[in-house]
Design a protein around this ligand. Structure first.
Ligand code: NI
Length: 168
């Protein structure tokens, strides 16, 4: 396992469409392992393969609703994720490891159902709620070269950012 470098906005890789994974090989499992390390090290709640320079449809999302689990146990690995259903709406601050220091107000569904493949190549479906639903949408957007800034109605001011960090 190893940490990978997280690309930042301005890097063209972040604007590209990612190819589906046709077969879950050891190479994909190594990518997942490295992404796990990189995500846990970053303090973020999600990471998409293009953020570490790999143009494949692979993302990680932390299910922070599972409070009894360790951060490593909260990670959901999603290969070729697709949004099947959404319910409700939430509006709130959103950031990205590839856009450090900037948070924007983004409207997302409150609940999101995703179908994906796991590292064994098996298909599964999962609902995410709240921050997890937001992260599903955000990370899947990355696979089509979309950053949260495109959905953001406005960027938070320094004062709002400060108030937000004091809340944590
Ligand atoms: Ni992001």
């Amino acid at each position: 396992m190893a940490l990978r470098v997280i690309l930042e906005k301005g890097d063209k890789t972040l604007e590209k469409h990612c190819r589906p994974v046709t077969e879950v090989t050891d190479r994909i499992r190594i990518l997942l392992d490295d992404m796990r390390d990189t995500l846990l090290n970053s303090g973020g709640v999600g990471l998409a393969a293009p953020q570490v320079g790999v143009l494949r449809r692979v993302v990680l999302v932390m299910d922070t609703n599972q409070e009894d689990k360790t951060p490593a146990e909260q990670i959901i690995e999603l290969i070729n994720p697709e949004i099947l259903e959404t319910e409700g709406e939430q509006e709130g601050p959103e950031g990205c490891l590839s856009v450090p220091g900037i948070f924007g107000v983004v409207k997302r569904p409150m609940r999101v159902k995703v179908r994906a493949m796991n590292r064994e190549g098996e298909s599964f479906e999962i609902w995410g709620e709240g921050l997890t639903a937001r992260a599903f949408c955000h990370e899947i957007d990355h696979l089509d070269g979309v950053l949260f800034l495109e959905h953001s109605s406005r960027i938070l001011t320094d004062e709002e950012l400060e108030a937000l960090s004091e809340k944590d």
